[in-house]
Design a binder for this molecule. Structure first.
Ligand code: BGP
Length: 477
């Protein structure tokens, strides 16, 4: 994989920043029926778009109408690349049409032209929690094999249309976070799936996983035919799991728990099911719809690089609350404990820059493929003063420490990292909470949790800091 320069960038996702949810012929997607949550109050998935509910993603930060001035700001920041997603339901409003929506395609043409004009490389996720609602409702989302074809059609449409504008692609965002089957939001947003009464969530998960991995492999195969210079990666959420102690039982508990992180990329990268998964299917008596032809496709559709998000680490202790079967690949971690050496953000996310170096080393040893940190950032409440200044020193400290850890992994450990895109480079709607007050950006957006505000953009202190990091190619950290 040849590339001219390190890809310093910023990342967002269509549903969290575009707005314009029903404009230009866009259909509703699975996030469009999710309400705003709050601290401790989870987001709800409503039956339909209900008039008495507030849906934060409908307007988001209205990039749809601000894209030229926003990209101008990103150019001023000096970004080499910009990661976003193509909202699937802008291109196929229902997901099962034969002909794409031209207005949706044109919107991304205009956005990519604008980025390229400023020398910013687009890095594109095909599915970042934006499955057309119709596919979730009428087909049961990725429980249904038909979704494989719909996704492949969508991918081919994007690859053909943007083959001269976009080189870096990823198939499914954080495909592995749905392994936490205890949280219905992850299943819904990743896959458009609701687990029905009587269904075994783990069995549903593995069937859904298979169809998505197959869809991803088919997209890789098709993409390479359209443009052999494409770099097509997977995207996983990577939260390293440490053993609580050197007790061998803790070490093994962490090792087994890490399969939650590795199950999807093991298949994306190697093109076959790992032994531990096959053993689990047999032990649980799961009969999954996996054909011999599917297995051939998985082998042919391996990814070129591993994209991942890194926000935090976690810890497990073997003798803690082992109520679930600890020999299970999926599910929430029943034996996690706090790390006494690590501070947490206001949202309880453990702040662990050294964990990024650890993550980079583990992923590189396991996969021997280029790595791309496509999300890393610090969600915090920002105060804006009367001069429209935001002194976000804690964000600067977080990002600085993580970038430093990445540079050490590259320089001292020899890990091949192709780029780093800071998450939520401009303030966006938080995914897990639907709030606006959980901000990540180096650019402030005047909008509150209820959708009020001027939508004006202001540079935070972190803007100048990151501009300098990019200008010095990381030497300033
Ligand atoms: C990842 C998602 C992003 C993003 C980020 C931060 O899981 O890929 O879409 O939002 O996490 O999460 P949050 O916005 O909930 O703080």
């Amino acid at each position: 994989m040849q590339q001219k320069q390190f890809l310093w960038g910023g990342a967002v996702a269509a549903h969290q920043f575009e707005g314009g949810w029903d404009q230009g012929g866009k259909g509703p997607n699975v996030v469009d029926v999710m309400t705003a949550g709050a601290h401790g109050v989870p987001r709800q998935i409503t039956q339909d778009i209900e008039s008495d509910q507030f849906y934060p993603n409908h307007t988001a930060i209205d990039f749809y109408h601000h894209y030229k001035s926003d990209i101008q700001l990103l150019a001023e920041l000096g970004l080499k690349c910009f990661r976003t997603s193509i909202a699937w339901s802008r291109i196929y409003p229902n997901g099962d049409e034969l002909v794409p929506n031209e207005a949706g395609l044109r919107f991304y043409d205009d956005m990519f032209d604008e980025l390229i004009k400023h020398g910013i490389e687009p890095v594109i996720t095909l599915s970042h929690f934006e499955i057309p609602l119709h596919l979730a409702r009428e087909y049961g989302g990725f429980k249904n094999r038909k979704l494989v074809d719909f996704f492949e059609r969508f991918a081919i449409t994007c690859f053909e249309r943007y083959q001269h504008k976009v080189k870096y692609w990823m198939t499914f965002n954080e495909i592995n976070n749905q392994m936490d089957t205890s949280n219905p939001i992850f299943f819904w947003t990743n896959s458009g799936v609701k687990v029905e009464p009587g269904e075994d969530p783990q069995q549903v998960l593995y069937q859904v996983a298979h169809y998505e991995l197959l869809a991803s492999a088919k997209a890789v195969i098709a993409g390479k035919k359209i443009n052999p210079d494409f770099h097509i990666g997977c995207m996983i959420s990577h939260v390293p799991i440490y053993p609580y102690s050197c007790n061998p039982h803790d070490i093994m508990a962490a090792e087994i728990a890490m399969r939650q992180r590795f199950f999807f990329p093991d298949i994306h990268v190697r093109g076959y099911y790992p032994a531990y998964a096959l053993k689990e299917f047999a032990r649980r008596g799961y009969k999954l719809d996996i054909t011999a032809e599917d297995l051939t496709i998985l082998k042919q559709g391996k990814v070129d690089y591993v994209g991942f998000s890194y926000y935090m680490s976690t810890v497990v202790k073997a003798d803690v609350n082992n109520d679930n079967d600890s020999n299970v690949v999926n599910g929430a971690l029943p034996n996690s404990v706090d790390n006494p050496y690590i501070q947490k953000s206001d949202w309880g996310w453990a702040i662990d820059p050294e964990g990024l170096r650890y993550a980079l080393n583990r992923l590189y040893e396991r996969y021997q493929l280029p790595l791309f940190i496509v999300e890393n950032g610090f969600g915090a409440i920002d105060e804006i003063d009367s001069k429209h200044q935001v002194h976000d020193q804690s964000r600067i400290s977080y990002l600085n420490a993580h970038i430093k850890a990445m540079l050490v992994a590259m320089a001292e450990d020899g890990v091949d990292v192709i780029g780093y895109t800071a998450w939520g480079i401009i303030d966006v709607v938080s995914f897990t909470t639907g709030e606006m007050k959980k901000r990540y950006g180096v650019i402030y957006v005047d909008r509150d949790n209820q959708g009020n505000g001027s939508m004006k953009r202001y540079k935070k202190d972190s803007f100048d800091w990151y501009q300098n990091v990019i200008a010095t190619d990381g030497k300033s950290v």
